[in-house]
Design a protein around this ligand. Sequence first.
Ligand code: NAD
Length: 396
Amino acid sequence: MIIKPRIRGFICTTAHPVGCATNVSAQIEYVRGLDTITGPRNALIVGCSTGYGLASRITAAFGCGSGTLGVSFERAPSESKPGSAGWYNNAAFERRAEQAGLYARTVDGDAFSDEIKQRTIDVIRSDIGEIDLLVYSLASPVRKHPRTGELYRSSIKPLGKVFSSKTLNFDLMSGTAKVVDVELDPAEADEVDATIAVMGGEDWEYWIEALQGAEVLASGFETVAYTYIGNELTWPIYWDGTLGRAKEDLDRAAGEISNKLKDTNGRADVAVLKAVVTQASTAIPVVPLYFSILFRVMKEHDCHEDCIAHIQRLFREQLYSNQLKRTDEIGRIRMDNHELDADIQAEVQRRWSKITTGNVAEFADLRGFREDFFRLFGFGIESVDYDADIDLLTGY
Ligand code: NAD
């Protein structure tokens, strides 16, 4: 089959296996080109198949030489329909890890369920004995609660009042973009609770409970969950909105988990990461306009990082370094220091106040945003022959 991108809004329903494998290889080569990090022996990455989770798995494996066990929820290919990008990424990662003699296995299914937690524990017991690191990098719109069976759907809404903002109407296929006004209605109380149930810290705590109960955590075990804070322009829809309430709950969970790990010298951290284009982040209203201005400004200041550069720096500078961690007043690791740099933010704010459809191509990195988006699904890569007939099942 010849696979082309099929895009609706900020969603692409197809993925190219060769392009995905090329992306994974490029990230591996990036990490291999840098100094080795003395990191975990074995790492479990929950949300391992795309975005920051995939970058974490690649950094652990190819930057630290760790064995990695991944958990993700991806769509396998059929004879007539390509698999999801994450499915092809996992396959490519496992191939490369095997060639490099690194342990790698992926458990595919709903990480929120008790069944997948148990299956993961069984694999740890049979294959590697224990883990030294759990990276919690899930981004999901829905969670079936494992104890009550209730289905929660997260919503991405402001709190308290209507949020009026500029936003980007971006036709990703043609590349045409308009800056338009948008009004977003505030969330109801039950929508806030549901978002906390999906994206808050409870499932992270359940993972730790299950792993600790099964005695598969090594002494000195560490766990890190990822969060985003951003700036004033996105606060009403992110940090001060439903998602922010859920992310605050991660901070609570980090404290609870750290307490539980005290006896084994373990700890839990929340790391605040920078904005990057992923399947999860592009789904947030207003955010693509902020991101594309930010990327342009950060690139002009030579401090832009993609997922892999950012996570490699997290491991190198913060998680596995003897230096004092760069933390904020509540103990979160701050990796968003370049994004929130005063000069960068002043320039983003200046452009934001002036941005219109007429100047958006000049003020914002629309090209870079669009390239990043296509790349997530394995498209737009020069070395890939997109007219080649691909066997969807094998990916060749
Ligand atoms: P992503 O969409 O690229 O990755 C999400 C991962 O979660 C995938 O591996 C997917 O398979 C997995 N997943 C989703 N539902 C699952 C389920 N039920 N069971 C098992 N796996 C499931 O997202 P991302 O942007 O890399 O986000 C990862 C984390 O990083 C999130 O906590 C997000 O808030 C945080 N973060 C993202 C950004 C950003 O700009 N993208 C910035 C800061 C922090």
